[in-house]
Design a binder for this molecule. Sequence first.
Ligand code: ATR
Length: 268
Amino acid sequence: MKFAVIGHPILHSLSPLMHHANFKALNRDDEYIALNIDPNHFHHIKDIINQSQLDGFNVTIPYKVDIMQYCDEIDLLAQKIGAVNTVAIQDGKWIGYNTDADGYIMDLKQNCNIDYIKQVLIIGAGGASRALATKLYDLGCNITITNRSQNRLSDWKIPTEYIALSDINKIDLKQFQLIINTTPVGMSGFNNEMLIDLNHCQKDTMISDIIYNPAETEFLKQAKDLKLPYFNGLGMFVNQGALSFKYWTGIDANREAMKAAVIKKLNL
Ligand code: ATR
């Protein structure tokens, strides 16, 4: 079978490497390529994909919303999130899914008992924030979003509390059982300013960052120093890929092989 990730730019995507590690571990001779789609050519996406004879593909920045109009069907969670990161092609029909949110929740469950998580604070209000917030809301959590501006929340389909990022250190963080960073702050090559002071959290507040490179952002280092439980975005990245593979093939991916390939590549 043949798969791809589409995006722009796409050069640094680790998805091909990660998926090939899975194919190898499962003794499959599938192929997974990276397709850089120029925004000026995106309206030809049906032809581009058809010519590549794919069985499915992942979608990354900046096309997770734009791809939706080309799907024949969109799964309910992806509709609610308003973004698709996985397309399965079955008899020429495009079916859109979002595996980011489920990938995150799977990893969250590995790291803590999510029954105790009721109040969640999410830093950032972009696509990743929306995916996680929607899923956590569906699981019964109350969601507070902190962001530089509120206008990003205007078309969200779930209710949220909003607090301006500039005011975040004025509120009582003890109310939250989970705090997630979804901004690129702390990412390799990005600035590393401290967006939030975790000093006043409960001792067992779970701190999570969807960044996995570096393995420990300043945000996570702060959690570590304060002896708070924490985890990074590697599990989410691996899980979203594994779930995509499952949608395409019906087969469980070898997550350990996928994870090991990413760790090796990034020297994590
Ligand atoms: P993704 O799809 O990965 O979530 P995105 O949609 O570009 O990416 O969203 C990035 C989020 O990080 C946004 O909430 C953005 O805040 P704004 O809405 O105010 O732009 C946030 N973000 C990016 N850079 C930031 C910074 N230096 N400080 C704080 N927030 C930042």
